[in-house]
Every structure is written in structure tokens, then in C-alpha cells.
Ligand binder design. Structure first.
Ligand code: VG1
Ligand code: CO
Length: 538
């Protein structure tokens, strides 16, 4: 039976860089998740009778909201939902399912790299028929709806059993519970040379993959251990847990320290990788060598034709604005287009749909391609493995050879987390105001607040980050995070190009030291935030 429940709007249900993210304590208020889900449905048209994909990263509160989303999909007229067994789907796997089964869209329950558990974060994101995050036009419409909503629709039904694959009904809607891994694993097999990787393993190659207690455990075990034949135990922290086993599932050198300590020392495995809460990020390390995500994007692009799925070459490369320009040099050499988009995967969707870009990346440990419309952690790991298998060189060798050929973009991101939101806003306003006066000083040749004109649909996105460009090609970029749930996080991105190979072995923070100092003084970071140093450096 369909019930219509009266409700009133909540403040602040504005989707950020990647969906709506709030503390579990906020999400678990009566009607909170329901209001947002109904606002999504109200902003869409033409879905009655169609298929909706639903899944999440398994974090605390996932199992409750999955049931709510199914009941509401039924009440709003969807014909079928496809749900991952146990309510689980990685973000890239959900994107693939939407595309493969021509679903109308998908609801992904995740706060991605944010911590989970009762005191942690929860999130809801809507992806459209192309498999990608809702574009700004749609997220704006959803937000507008959250401010005027008066009722939502839900059916009365006992909880659906999601523990076994197969079909059941919720009201008149079909609920299909599927193996969350199978379709995705098949897609990976179609893109990469699994036989070459098996040969590499037989030759003694070893790796460690850290699933960080989050969603990629079942995917990595199936693909790396069962299909490719890496020994059992290659995947660590491989069971998805509601609190991620206490891990902060953000695959960087700080939060993936357990993996770094295994892989970095002499005698460690040849290769190490990790993914985040919802499986779309990747960390790549070799023995003694951390690969920055910006370099990883460039190296994957430069070597893509070694992989069967990309053997015919790339149409173009796209990177987010704060990502280093290492990929631009590869695009130039390959004589293909290079696009610079605002932060967030939603901006790559049009370029991928239009066939203008094949590979995309962000400095925030995100890399992906036209195979889905999300960044994809395991995809990046498998692409690295395919390249390592074909080149038969170590990670460090491949990276240093890349720098020799293209030059090195020294790059680092400094995060000032959980600073006072008002102060962070004032800092950005003051910096924006000082831009015209900065040009001509400190070697700054240009400065602006980044705006993006989408070359496919002509839409314009403004206020996407303050850029300072220097005469030698260096850059400092400032922006406020759109994924946090308490206070504000100021991100400062620092980059400098070094063509001279004899100067490629310098420590990154050292190589960037003068720019780092300038990044702090120009924005008066300590004066505004009280912080003399960042909380996380990647
Ligand atoms: C961060 C990253 C951005 C990424 C986004 C979602 O956003 O900087 O590059 O697309 O997270 O990643 P922000 O607004 O906090 O800087 V995920 O893996 O959390 O979906
Ligand atoms: Co993520």
C-alpha cells in the first residue's frame, strides 16, 4: 500500500562535490533521508516503469536507508530496482550496472572517503542514465525541491531480504538482488590483459591491496586473488564493515599507513595499492616510490595502448583544474586534446559521453576512463598491473623514466581541515579581492577564480577555485572542500615544473618550499584560521 507522508523541509540538503553528505546523527532524523530521496524523484521525469540501481558502500546506516530507498522507489512508480547483495555496490560498479542494464539511474549510498560509524558520515548521491553523477543542473533542481517539499511517498512492506540473489517484489515493483561483483569483474577482464598479469605473477611479482575495511574487499578478492591468482592474503582489510574497522577509508599516505609501512621498505612487495570507502579512489605505491595521483594519470595515459581496452589510443585526456599539468604534457606528445574541468567527477561526464576524452583524473586519488562514468579505484590498479606486466619494469623505474621524458611536475596538496567556516570564507573573499594587485608581484603573471564553460552543453560553472599562475609555470590553487561535514576544509594545491632530470630526486616538500611559504603568507592562512601548518599533506 502506498502511503503519502506529510513532511517539512530541512535546511542544508544541498548536494556538494559528490552528493549530500552529513553526519549519521543528521541523516537519522525522522524524514531526513526520505525528504532527500523524494526530492531526487521529484526532480526527475519519465521514470515510471523504469529500472533504478541501488547500492552502497556498506557503511553504518546503509542497511536502513537501502530499505527506505526501495520502498520509496516502489511508491514512486519505478518498475524494477537492481540491488547489490547485502545492499552493497561500489560506486564504479553501480555506474557500470546503470549503463549495462540501461537503467534510468541509480542511488548510491556513500560518503566515500569520509569516516563511517554512528559518529561518522553518511551520504546519498543520484547518478543519471549515463552512469555518472547528476550534473549541476539536476543537483540544483534537487536542492530547490528539498526547500519546498511537503510530502513523500513510501509503501508499507516488511524489510526485503537482500542476503540472497534473486527476484522478489516490493508492492508491484520487482526487486532483483544481484551479485555486486560479477558484472564489474567481467568489465575489467574485457579491458585488461589478464594473461599478461598472470605471467607476471608466475615470474614472482608480489603485491598488497588494502581495502581499508570498505567496499572494495569483495571486488579485490574476486579479481586479484580468485581470477588473477595472487595468493590469498594479498587483499588486506578485505571485509566491508559498518565502521570500516575504525579505518578512515581515504587512501593516502596518512590514512593508508599500514599499507605504506608494508610496501615501502626494502624486501616489501613489488606493488601496493588501496581504495577508499566506496571504491572509486586509488593509491599507487611501488617499493620506495609513492606515485602522486597526478603523475599516475599521466603515466596511465602515456602507456594506455599496452592495455587491450585502450589499444586504439585515447581520444583525449581530462583533468580537474587543481590536478597537476603532468597529463597535459602527455596529451601534447600524443597530439590529443586535454581538458581542464572543475573539481568533481560530474564535470567529466559530458566529455566522456561526447567521446572527447577517454581517460580522466583528479589529484585526489581519482582516475578513470570511458568504461564507466565514475572514477574507479580497482580499474587504476589493474591498469597499472597491465602496464607493469607488459613493461617488466618496477614502479620506480617507470616513474623516473616518465619524468626524464616529460619533466617532473612537483606537486603537493595541503589541507587545513575543520577550520572555522566563517573564517575560511573570509580568507577566500579577501584573497579574491587581492587578486588584481597580486599580478606582477612574486612572479605571478595571472590570477583568477576559475570558471568552466562546458564545451558540450555550454553550461558555465563559476567560483571553482582561486588560481595564482607564475611565470615559470608554477601554480598555487585555493579552494574550499565540498565534501566535508564539519567546519570548512581549505585545500591548497602547489605545483612547480622541473624539466631538468638532474633535479628530479628532490623531496617534494623541499622542492616546493618557497611556494609553500608563499601559499601561506599570500592567503594569510594563519591569521584567518589560526593554523600555522596543514593537518594533512598529500
Ligand atoms: C574531494 C576531492 C575531489 C573528489 C571529491 C569526491 O572533493 O577533492 O577531487 O572528486 O572529493 O571524491 P572536495 O570538494 O572535498 O575537495 V569521493 O572519493 O569522496 O566521492
Ligand atoms: Co570515493
Amino acid at each position: 500500500m502506498i502511503r503519502t507522508i506529510a513532511t517539512t523541509p530541512f535546511d542544508g540538503q544541498k548536494p556538494g562535490t559528490s552528493g549530500l553528505r552529513k553526519k549519521v546523527t543528521v541523516f537519522s532524523q525522522p524524514h531526513y533521508a526520505e525528504n532527500f530521496i523524494q526530492s531526487v524523484f521529484d526532480a526527475l521525469e519519465g521514470f515510471p516503469g523504469q529500472t533504478l540501481v541501488i547500492g552502497g558502500d556498506g557503511r553504518y546506516y546503509n542497511s536502513e536507508v537501502i530499505q527506505t530507498a526501495i520502498r520509496m522507489a516502489a511508491a514512486n512508480g519505478f518498475g524494477r530496482v537492481m540491488v547489490g547483495r547485502g545492499g552493497l555496490l561500489s560506486t564504479p560498479a553501480a555506474s557500470h550496472l546503470i549503463r549495462k542494464y540501461r537503467a534510468f539511474g541509480g542511488i548510491i549510498l556513500s560518503a566515500s572517503h569520509n569516516p563511517g560509524g554512528p559518529d561518522g558520515d553518511f551520504g546519498i548521491k543520484y547518478n543519471a542514465a549515463n552512469g555518472g553523477p547528476a550534473p549541476e543542473k539536476l543537483t540544483d533542481a534537487i536542492f530547490a525541491r528539498t526547500r519546498s517539499i511537503t510530502q513523500y511517498n513510501i509503501i508499507d512492506t516488511p524489510d526485503i531480504d537482500l542476503s540472497r540473489t534473486g527476484e522478489t517484489k516490493a508492492g508491484s515493483m520487482t526487486v532483483e538482488v544481484i551479485d555486486p561483483v560479477a558484472d564489474y569483474a567481467g568489465l575489467m577482464q574485457s579491458l585488461f590483459d589478464f594473461d599478461a598479469i598472470r605471467d607476471l605473477i608466475r615470474a614472482g611479482f608480489t603485491m598488497k591491496f588494502d581495502a581499508m575495511g570498505a567496499i572494495t574487499g569483495p571486488y579485490a578478492r574476486r579479481i586479484l586473488e580468485e581470477m588473477l591468482g595472487f595468493p590469498v592474503g594479498t587483499v588486506m582489510n578485505g571485509t566491508p564493515l559498518p565502521d570500516f574497522g575504525g579505518h578512515h577509508p581515504d587512501p593516502n599516505l596518512v590514512h593508508a599507513k599500514e599499507l605504506v609501512d608494508i610496501v615501502m621498505p626494502p624486501g616489501g612487495p613489488d606493488f601496493g595499492a588501496a581504495s577508499d570507502g566506496d571504491g572509486d579512489r586509488n593509491l599507487i605505491i611501488g617499493r620506495g616510490m609513492y606515485v602522486t595521483p597526478s603523475d599516475s594519470l599521466a603515466i596511465l595515459a602515456a602507456n594506455a595502448t599496452l592495455c587491450p581496452g585502450y589499444a586504439n589510443g585515447l581520444a583525449g585526456i581530462a583533468r580537474s583544474m587543481p590536478t597537476s599539468a603532468a597529463a597535459d604534457r602527455v596529451a601534447e606528445k600524443l597530439n590529443i586534446a586535454c581538458f581542464e574541468t572543475p573539481t568533481g567527477w560530474k564535470f567529466f561526464g559530458n566529455l566522456l559521453d561526447a567521446g572527447k576524452a577517454t581517460i580522466c583524473g583528479e589529484e585526489s586519488f581519482g582516475t578513470g576512463s570511458s568504461h564507466v562514468r565514475e572514477k574507479d579505484g580497482l580499474w587504476a590498479v589493474l591498469m597499472w598491473l597491465n602496464i607493469l606486466a607488459r613493461r617488466r619494469q618496477g614502479v620506480a623505474q617507470i616513474v623516473t623514466a616518465h619524468w626524464r621524458e616529460y619533466g617532473r611536475n612537483y606537486y603537493s596538496r595541503h589541507d587545513y581541515e575543520e577550520v572555522d567556516a566563517g573564517a575560511a570564507g573570509e580568507l577566500m573573499d579577501a584573497l579574491r579581492g587581492s587578486l588584481p594587485a597580486l599580478i606582477g608581484r612574486h612572479g605571478i603573471t595571472a590570477a583568477d577564480d576559475f570558471a568552466y564553460d562546458d564545451p558540450v552543453d555550454g553550461s558555465r560553472s563559476t567560483g571553482q577555485g582561486i588560481r595564482l599562475m607564475f611565470e615559470d609555470g608554477a601554480r598555487i590553487v585555493y579552494r574550499l572542500s565540498g565534501t566535508g561535514t564539519s567546519g570548512a576544509t581549505l585545500r591548497v594545491y602547489i605545483e612547480r615544473y622541473e624539466p631538468d632530470a638532474s633535479r628530479h630526486a628532490v623531496d617534494t616538500q623541499e622542492a616546493l618550499a618557497p611556494l609553500i611559504a608563499l601559499s601561506r603568507s599570500l592567503a594569510q592562512i594563519e591569521q584567518y584560521t589560526g593554523r600555522a601548518a596543514p593537518t594533512v599533506i598529500t
